[in-house]
Design a protein around this ligand. Structure first.
Ligand code: MG
Length: 263
């Protein structure tokens, strides 16, 4: 199965290194190798590098990170929230992106941090006023987001800008797989903290399907190629502490792993 990555040969490259930087490269992964390509969607790789030798970047450089809140009934209930009657949309800023292997920074002003493993749609075309049944034409593929949340600030602030948007609060990756590589109904999202299983959910339990989400969002927002939509988290979320390792895995895409450090 084809897996697209962004990477750098400079291990000090910032996670938010833009596509315009000469430090950012694209590639396709085969086994333990990444073959450089001319653009993110290219399939013909040229020079190969050992995957273990490159610095993975978040697989996209989006203009927007759109997120869906409470898109699984049992997750809404576990936090004592009502089940939404229409998609609950919020944003994470692109500045919050980090790659698999980067550290999540626990800010000093946060009292309770949580993980949320989420299947994430990667837009392949500009999308505006998309009909729900046409969603597949606009989604290039899938990746993973860990929607890191400051749960105390989410309650305290009302607006979720800080609670969802701090630097390092959007681990993303490691890869993008084409939409056609996975059978949507079979997608299973799992997460672990320090090796202990936490979440094990199926996209079949989503309240709003990708089609419903994209139709709703593109009524008010133009999505660009490379923009991503995190589709909400299944139940099982819980706290993270400095020193913890958190992993989110979706079979067929890969595993997104990050460590939490004190800010
Ligand atoms: Mg979430």
């Amino acid at each position: 199965m084809r897996k697209h990555v962004r990477f750098s040969l400079n291990h000090n490259a910032w996670p938010t290194t833009p596509d315009s930087s000469p430090l950012a490269r694209y590639g396709v992964v085969e086994g333990e190798w990444v073959y450089e390509t001319d653009s993110l969607w290219d399939t013909a790789g040229k020079e190969g590098y050992a995957l273990s030798e490159v610095r993975l970047l978040p697989p996209v450089c989006p203009t927007k990170i759109v997120c869906v809140g409470r898109n699984y009934v049992d997750h809404a209930k576990e936090l004592g929230n009502p089940v939404p009657v229409e998609p609950l949309i919020f944003y994470k800023p692109p500045s919050s992106l980090i790659a698999s292997g980067d550290n999540i920074v626990y800010p000093s002003f946060v009292g309770q941090m949580s993980f949320e493993g989420e299947l994430t749609l990667v837009m392949g075309r500009q999308a505006r006023n998309v009909a729900a049944e046409d969603w597949e034409q606009y989604v290039y593929g899938y990746t993973i987001v860990n929607d890191i949340t400051a749960r105390d600030l989410q309650k305290k602030d009302g607006q979720w800008a800080r609670a969802k948007g701090c630097d390092t609060f959007c681990p993303c990756g490691p890869f993008i797989v084409p939409r056609t590589a996975l059978h949507f109904d079979d997608i299973r999202i799992r997460s672990w903290v320090n090796g202990q299983p936490k979440q094990d959910g199926s996209v079949r339990d989503m309240i709003f399907s990708p089609g419903a989400i994209i139709a709703y969002v593109t009524q008010f927002l133009t999505l660009e190629p490379g923009d991503i939509i995190a589709t909400g988290t299944p139940p099982g979320v819980g706290p993270l502490e400095p020193g913890d390792s958190v992993k989110v895995a979706i079979e067929g895409i890969g595993a997104l792993e990050n460590k939490v450090i004190r800010g």
